[in-house]
Design a protein around this ligand. Structure first.
Ligand SMILES: Nc1ncnc2c1ncn2[C@@H]1O[C@H](COP(=O)(O)OP(=O)(O)OP(=O)(O)O)[C@@H](O)[C@H]1O
Ligand SMILES: [Mg+2]
Length: 228
């Protein structure tokens, strides 16, 4: 397990609430190595966001096991699971989920404050991260005062705040133009090298998928490695 940051074994997910039972994940096996950058592609509705939520411990699988840094999620208390999530994982959601009332700086500092850092240290770190994603001039802007690409970069800075071992991204370049998409791609590339951060990136962007280390396709509820 030494070099494996995140893994799942025979993960299934059924939704029972709707008019009919839907089996979205039918036995997903997956391993993510340290500093590896992996793309997940698949048709709309194939279950990519569902898989990402299960991998991130935001949603429970119906069966199977997700393991983060050697710790099986199902064996952890709710509280401990939250801690592992906060300390080891970063999330960039399909829709950015920044807090509208807070500035870019405050949004990025939030996970650090939740982790118990004092305000000054949290703000210093947030400022450094925002500078890294090219937003030093925008730190006091609220989400509504930022462009789509800028918001996405704030979300990425926030995901990196706690020096996570891995970052899970759902369509990080979905609403971005080519230049912004490229900038985010390069940022991921350099972070995986310099800080040994692993990335799982759900994307429809073939160009982005191609630049990552591995591409998986989610189809019929299973994940298959695509020949590159
Ligand atoms: N809470 C829920 N209850 C019932 N069914 C759900 C629920 N969430 C998702 N689904 C169903 O599960 C399937 C997978 O949804 P999911 O959001 O994971 O797809 P996706 O691959 O991320 O799609 P997209 O590319 O459009 O974002 C869909 O058919 C959806 O209708
Ligand atoms: Mg989705």
């Amino acid at each position: 397990m030494d070099n494996i940051v995140l893994s799942c074994a025979n993960v299934t997910k059924d939704y029972d609430e709707g008019p009919q039972r839907v089996s979205v994940l039918k036995g997903v096996d997956f391993q993510l190595q340290r500093a590896q950058r992996v793309a997940i592609v698949g048709a709309s509705g194939s279950g990519k966001s569902t898989l990402l939520n299960v991998l991130g411990g935001l949603d429970k699988p119906s069966g199977g096991e997700v393991t983060v840094l050697g710790q099986a999620f199902s064996k952890l208390s709710e509280n401990k699971r939250g801690k592992v999530r906060n300390q080891s994982m970063g999330f960039v959601y399909q829709f950015h989920h920044l807090l509208p009332e807070f500035s870019a700086l405050e949004n990025v500092a939030m996970p650090l404050l939740i982790a118990g850092q004092d305000k000054k240290a949290a703000q210093d770190k947030a400022q450094e991260l925002l500078s890294e994603v090219g937003l030093i001039e925008r730190i006091h802007h609220k989400p509504a005062e930022l462009s789509g690409g800028e918001r996405q970069r704030v979300a990425i800075a926030r995901a990196l705040a706690n020096d996570p071992a891995c970052v899970l991204m759902d369509e990080p370049t979905g609403n971005l133009d080519k230049d912004n998409a490229m900038a985010i791609q390069q940022l991921m590339m350099s972070l995986s090298k310099s800080l040994a951060i692993s990335f799982v990136v759900v994307t429809h962007d073939e160009q982005l998928a191609h630049t990552l280390d591995l591409v998986y396709e989610l189809a019929d509820g299973v994940l298959i490695e695509r020949a590159s």
